[in-house]
Design a protein around this ligand. Structure first.
Ligand SMILES: C[S@@+](CC[C@H](N)C(=O)[O-])C[C@H]1O[C@@H](n2cnc3c(N)ncnc32)[C@H](O)[C@@H]1O
Length: 596
């Protein structure tokens, strides 16, 4: 069979709403004030939150109070940086119309599937028919056997990097140098041969080998053991050239920020297919081919939805964790030294069960589903002037997350990549001529986006913007973008996002200065006769005031209980609420806290 290994069919087209079919709001009278500046707890273990992974998510439960405060049933809510579409879910469940927009085709795929109803029984019946068609072939790929248990099916194979000891020159696997009881890896390990202490980071890597497997015996008992010779030989024998089905072949190189940051040149990554072992690539290609044969459009789309989450777990990015909970880190393309090659059919089966729960609890109140568009928030040309009642959005935070890069694996399977020309981001590893963007570029893109919000909102309409960043300059850039777009600032709130992106995760353990609490800004488009309440307010004696603010925050037990990041978020929230134009870095707040 001749196969085109490049991009597949663009499946995104099926999700998009035409310009003429976009809804208009009821343009009801907007409330005169923002809600109180309370911290809104954001849960992360609900069916809504876990249906499909995305690098940052605001759960619908945290969005609903804003929608209910600022709109009436039937009103139109817009999210122009919609990501996985949680604003659409919140709008649909409260009887509001919605328009969801994102630059990323992967986000469009998630937003559409999250907001379209699906019959849970038809969903599981469709998956069963896929399993009937390809289950036996895939199960063979993951078979194992040993003298104690006989035949079994592998759940996952942990691959460990191999290294050469700089002291005794012997080869060893990282796994052989780790304390198996705790499963923990320190920054230093002892060479299993000469016992010399070695820095883990500086070790030269000589490829990876299967080291440990988890499997199910014929009697259904789950076991773990060292990969035996036949497991190792089998895992290494798979070849990409044997795969007959289509899989994406999209190049990936140093023109992408995440390629540089994750040092992917050291991991042998030149294209998207390199994120997979040949065995997992083969299994995924078989499943994708079966999905593409499904005739019913909704069921085909929902299988692709389950597939993209599976295809993310099926990469070498899936971190081995001896204590369970193995998954790739969100918001990065990081490939760990101990990587878990998971049985992708097993992952997909679990995903289908989760999606069944999701679609059983997703009950939109309106017949029409949210409309989806795939454009830059800086242009938004299909949305009519003054047609939107309320905007809730969570724009990119500057330099922490690179969505076009992180969504690349999903988008390669879906057949359409993000055009990152207008991606609102600061990527400093690249020069401007190679697609790098400075803080000034970011501010300009955010200004254009906020101007679009001002254009499409009804006069007097509100926009709620969720934002977090530890860098005072990025806050100032967003602030001046909002002022340039003509918005008034009102009482802000804060949000504990809880789901840790890779960056948030590091921030928590104090390795890197990254915010954990978001600030929720409430902006208002002045009605024709109103005068902006904010403007060029300068902030005098910034340094001493920051100290005073930190001291004030320390008197509030609920703020101090949220740690240094909570104090920073609270200070930003106060500044935003007052319409101040100067912001502080997280590092300065932490320094003052540490001094006292
Ligand atoms: C913080 S995420 C939104 C996450 C979302 N709240 C959720 O719950 O999934 C920001 C989104 O902005 C998108 N984005 C970046 N630049 C954009 C632009 N110029 N226009 C539209 N979307 C953009 C990214 O693709 C990303 O999905």
């Amino acid at each position: 069979m001749k196969t085109d290994k490049k991009m597949g069919r663009d499946v995104i087209e099926e999700y998009l709403t035409k310009a003429n079919d976009l809804p208009t709001g009821s343009l009801s009278i907007a409330p005169s004030a923002a809600p109180d500046g309370i911290a809104i707890p954001a849960s992360r273990n609900t069916a809504f939150y876990t249906a499909h992974s995305y690098h940052t998510k605001v759960p619908p439960e945290a969005i609903i109070p804003f929608i209910e405060h600022f709109t009436m049933p039937g009103d139109l809510v817009l999210d122009l940086f919609c990501g996985s579409g949680m604003t659409g879910v919140a709008a649909a469940m409260t009887g509001r119309q919605a328009i969801l927009n994102d630059l990323s085709p992967a986000a469009v795929h998630l937003a559409w599937n999250h907001t379209q109803v699906c019959n849970p029984n038809e969903l599981s019946d469709t998956f069963k028919s896929i399993e009937r068609e390809v289950g036996a072939e895939i199960t063979k790929l993951y078979s194992t056997s040993d003298s104690t248990d006989g035949e079994g099916i592998i759940f996952w194979t942990m691959w460990s990097t191999m290294h050469i000891c700089p002291e005794c020159k012997s080869e060893f696997s990282l796994w052989s140098a780790i304390d198996k009881n705790s499963g923990r890896m320190g920054s230093e390990i002892d060479c299993p041969h000469c016992k010399k202490s070695l820095k883990r980071r500086g070790l030269t890597t000589m490829g990876s080998v299967p080291a440990w497997i988890s499997y199910k015996t014929k009697n259904g008992v789950r076991r773990e053991r060292a990969a035996n010779d036949s497991d190792i030989a089998k895992a290494k024998a798979f070849k990409r050239s044997d795969i007959r089905e289509w899989y994406p072949s999209v190049p990936l190189g140093p023109d992408r920020e995440m390629y540089i940051r994750c040092a992917l040149h050291l991991k042998g990554i030149n294209e998207v297919a390199d994120f997979y072992t040949p065995r997992n690539l083969h299994a995924l290609a078989i499943i994708w081919a079966a999905i593409e044969k499904i005739n019913a459009p909704r069921l085909r789309a929902v299988m692709r939805f389950a597939f993209t989450n599976t295809a993310w777990h099926g990469t070498k990015m899936r971190r081995f964790n001896a204590r369970g909970g193995q998954r790739p880190l969100t918001g990065t393309l990081y490939i760990p030294q101990l990587s878990s090659e998971v049985n992708v059919l097993e992952v997909m089966r679990n995903k289908i069960a989760q999606l069944k729960r999701y679609y059983s609890s997703y009950r939109p109140l309106l017949k029409t589903s949210p409309s989806i568009i795939n454009s830059s928030a800086t242009e938004l040309k299909d949305v009519r002037d003054e047609s939107v009642d309320y905007v809730f959005t969570d724009p990119p935070f500057g330099s922490n997350l690179f969505y076009a890069d992180c969504n690349l694996i999903w988008e390669s399977w879906l057949g359409k990549l993000t055009d990152s020309t207008n991606e609102a981001v600061i990527n400093s590893s690249l020069s401007e001529k190679d697609g790098g963007k400075t803080l000034a570029n970011y501010e300009e893109l955010m200004t254009q986006s906020l101007k679009q919000i001002a254009r499409v909102l009804k006069p007097g309409g509100w926009a709620t913007i969720v934002f977090h960043n530890t860098d005072g300059d990025v806050w100032a850039a967003l602030h001046s973008a909002a002022i340039n777009a003509g918005f008034e600032f009102h009482e802000a709130s804060s949000l504990d996002r809880k789901q840790q992106s890779h960056k948030g995760y590091k921030g928590r353990s104090g390795e890197e200065d990254v915010a954990h609490f978001d600030v929720v800004m409430n902006l208002r488009k002045p009605s024709a006769d109103a005068v902006s309440t904010t403007g060029d307010i300068s902030y005098s004696q910034a340094g001493s005031d920051l100290r005073a603010m930190v001291n004030a925050a320390k008197l509030d037990p609920s703020t101090i209980a949220r740690g240094a990041q909570g104090v920073h978020a609270e200070i930003v929230r106060r500044l935003v609420s007052k319409g101040e134009a100067v912001f502080f870095d997280f590092a300065d707040v932490r320094k003052i806290l540490e001094e006292n």
